[in-house]
Design a protein around this ligand. Sequence first.
Ligand code: NAD
Ligand code: DAU
Length: 341
Amino acid sequence: MGQTILVTGGAGFIGSNLVRFILENRPDDRVVNLDSLTYAGNLESLADFKDDPRHEFVHADIGDGEKLDEVMGRVDCVLHLAAESHVDRSIHDPSLFLRTNILGTQSLLDAVRRRGDSIGRFVYVSTDEVYGELPLDDKSQLFTESTPLKPNSPYAVSKTGGDMLARAYWHTYGMDVCITRCSNNFGAYQFPEKVIPLFVNKPIEGEQVPLYGDGSNIRDWLHVLYHCEAICRVLDDGVSGEAYNIGGNNERSNLELTKMLIELCGRDESAIKHVEDRLGHDMRYAIDATKIKRELGWEPTRSAWPAALEATVQWYKDNRDWSDRVRSGEYQRFYEQNYAK
Ligand code: NAD
Ligand code: DAU
């Protein structure tokens, strides 16, 4: 039996890929896509689903309880992605992150709670950044679900607050809550402030890429469609109250990633500019995703690195107009032109 899935933040990078993934792969399901369209929300990413009767867009803030009450009456479960997501921005404006990512999550959880049993599962899409950082010199260390939470940036703290609050609503009120903690995503439709789209746009426009510090920091890169697949697996089969790590077994230093990107853009290493490091820059993230493999049978099944990275770079090359409209601000008119009555 199909269900109506509320996706919050469905106009963002992962959210828009997830909405597309559900509409293309789960023909019995409908999506209610709730997003306040901050600078990171871009409905052009879902332009081809604008008139799809299985896709309803709701322009609302997760902090707006009245609006949430209206929407909750027509959904069966919730995938909560809406958030402020950029670490660098959180360093300059922590309060916005705490408001959206903690209080916004509380507002959403309360709206679900007000509906009693009429809403099933609530999946909180958390991040590997809740665990803090790992050292560079001991590759045997990985984040597991029982690693203590020790977030370092205001962004990571705000996501940890949402993560723990979601679990507390399971523990206290008996709500059906699961949590996912994923590593760095890459793929189409990512806002060009994040490292991969930024480090594609700049070299193809003849500019240098601003690599923080010496580039030795390590991230575990996973294609966004793997993440979407895993979120749906947790929605369907996850055990209530549990957290699931999601990762790509794909650790790369920023310098290694940067060299690959500039080469794919036809540039040499003179395109790299070492700039001042990010404040409090986490050294290494690395995920142990054996629990979700063992218990839910999920592991990355699509094309692996470097093919998925090459395809992503090609997507940004082929879709320059999408990036150009984001950078000019033109994308923000799409909602007014196509949805606002
Ligand atoms: P994003 O910044 O691209 O998208 C966030 C979306 O949330 C935007 O559409 C924005 O308009 C919306 N939003 C923000 N505040 C809102 C509010 N108050 N009410 C309603 N909507 C609001 O982020 P992303 O990279 O797609 O990340 C999505 C989620 O996944 C986030 O919760 C993030 O913490 C988590 N996550 C991201 C990654 C990654 O690599 N990008 C990895 C792990 C987890
Ligand atoms: O690990 C999951 C997290 O991944 C998510 O929770 C966040 O929402 C998401 O933004 C991402 O966080 P990062 O900080 O890892 O992503 P970002 O693309 O901002 O940076 C990736 C790495 O690249 C990081 O080590 C910093 C570095 N970097 C980034 C930028 C924007 C640079 O060297 N130069 C840059 O200009």
